[in-house]
Design a protein around this ligand. Structure first.
Ligand SMILES: [Zn+2]
Length: 422
């Protein structure tokens, strides 16, 4: 049998507690789209769809004519499928993990180490840092997507220090004053911001729980009296507190930008960037790693010292946190989300209603293709037979293979593709 180089995948679902439940979840909708026989439980969270070869969620090959049963096993047999550059640069491994996320309640506030720090953390604390790789991430909104990302401009933090006395107590007068005096001097500002954030993060538990209860009580009373609580970021504070009562992470909303991505907008989370996903559905792509340093909104291990030491303390407005995607020069239907790391690039392919024949162009990298909307029949010399593509279909495409789509849906098609453009 000739070598098959393009095939459909059945991907792993992660039912983490923070996911949207039942068919409210984009993940669940894609699962039934791709497999009408799949059973979705009404009350179960469907948090993540993993499209890749990660050992904790290696995709199944959906074709029993292929001897290997998972994508990871198949790549181990045919590493040339990665493309020669990717194969050499990433030691025969698929360098990225492609995901869909459906977020109902906040995920922990976190940052990911750079390669150097990842290696040293893994060597010292392998139980908390499972590998030695960095973990840059890109999130592209499918529905309006809320998150926290990067430190706010100092003026905004100073405003909260004034209008939220419970927050001021945790930072302390001295650090707050240092921050106020640092305005205009970037080096001093970063240093003062680090001191303010570290002071808050290392507060005694009793102190911050008392202050948080005080703050929740005040905002609740003000809200009940019909007052505007936006100067305390009241709605978000109450929401996070209802999800994580007594958690220090609730106060981080006064330090970090609150970002709402519109569908198609993205944020890129490079090394040391503090962030949290709060609500919504997104496409996510990341380097293959599990290294996460957490800062709150979590019941998991929090490593305050590592976190406070590593963060990027450069304040910037929300607008600076939106990642700029660009049109692909050679294809009018492709938008590129190309972050400054070699591990992955994401492409959004939007085939308009008027185009019925479209070719997914070959790239010198293995790629994973996900249909978000639309129907087509895919033909490809490297596939065993024609493949029926619909919402939720996931294809693995080996390097340098093209896939021809005969589009049958009247409104066109939307696909996302992950690959590594070295
Ligand atoms: Zn992250």
């Amino acid at each position: 049998m000739e070598e098959v180089r393009v095939f459909p995948l059945t991907c792993t679902v992660q039912n983490y507690a923070w996911g949207k439940v039942g068919l409210k979840s984009e993940v669940a909708k894609l699962v039934v789209g791709g497999d009408p026989l799949a059973v979705i439980e009404e009350n179960k969270p469907y948090a993540e769809l993993w499209m890749g070869a990660h050992p904790k969620g290696d995709a199944q090959i959906k074709d029993n004519r292929i001897a290997q049963t998972t994508l990871g096993q198949w790549i181990a047999h045919y590493p040339a499928c990665l493309g020669s550059k990717v194969k050499d640069a990433f030691q025969g491994q698929l360098p990225f993990l492609f995901k869909v996320l459906s977020v109902n309640t906040a995920l922990s506030i976190q940052a990911h180490p750079n390669k150097e720090l990842a290696a040293s953390l893994h060597a010292q604390f392998p139980e908390h840092y499972p590998d030695n790789n960095h973990k840059p991430e890109m999130a592209i909104a499918l529905t309006p997507f809320q998150g926290l990302c990067g430190f706010r401009p100092v003026e905004e933090i100073l405003r909260f220090l004034k209008s939220v006395p419970e927050f001021h107590v945790l930072v302390g007068d001295e650090a707050a004053e240092e921050l106020r005096c640092s305005v205009g001097d970037d080096v001093r500002t970063s240093r003062a911001l680090k001191r303010c954030f570290s002071r808050m993060m290392s507060c005694e538990k009793k102190l911050f729980v008392d202050e948080l209860n005080e703050l929740v009580k005040r905002i609740t009373e003000e809200g009940a009296a019909g007052k505007d609580t936006s100067s305390s970021n009241g709605d978000l504070l109450l929401r996070l507190h209802s999800q994580y009562p007594g958690d220090i992470g609730c106060f981080s909303i006064y330090f970090l930008n609150y970002v709402v991505l519109e569908p198609g907008q993205a944020m890129f989370l490079g090394a040391n960037e503090p962030h949290a996903y709060l609500y919504g559905d997104c496409i996510e792509c990341m380097a293959c790693s599990d290294n996460t340093v957490r800062a709150g909104l979590t019941r998991k291990y929090i490593d305050v010292n590592t976190l406070c030491a590593m963060l990027n303390y450069n304040p910037a407005p929300v607008s600076a946190k939106i990642f700029q995607c660009v049109p692909e020069p050679s294809d009018p239907y492709v938008t590129l989300y190309d972050p400054p790391v070699p591990d992955f690039t994401v492409m959004k392919i939007q085939v308009p209603a008027t185009v019925k024949e479209y070719t997914v162009a070959p790239v010198d990298s293995a790629s994973i293709l996900l249909v978000i909307e639309g129907d087509a029949t895919a033909t490809c010399p490297a596939a065993l037979s024609d493949i029926s593509m619909r919402r939720g279909t996931v294809l693995f495409v080996s390097a340098n293979e093209s896939v021809s789509l005969h589009v049958s849906s009247p409104a066109g098609m939307t696909l996302f593709r992950a690959c590594s453009l070295l």
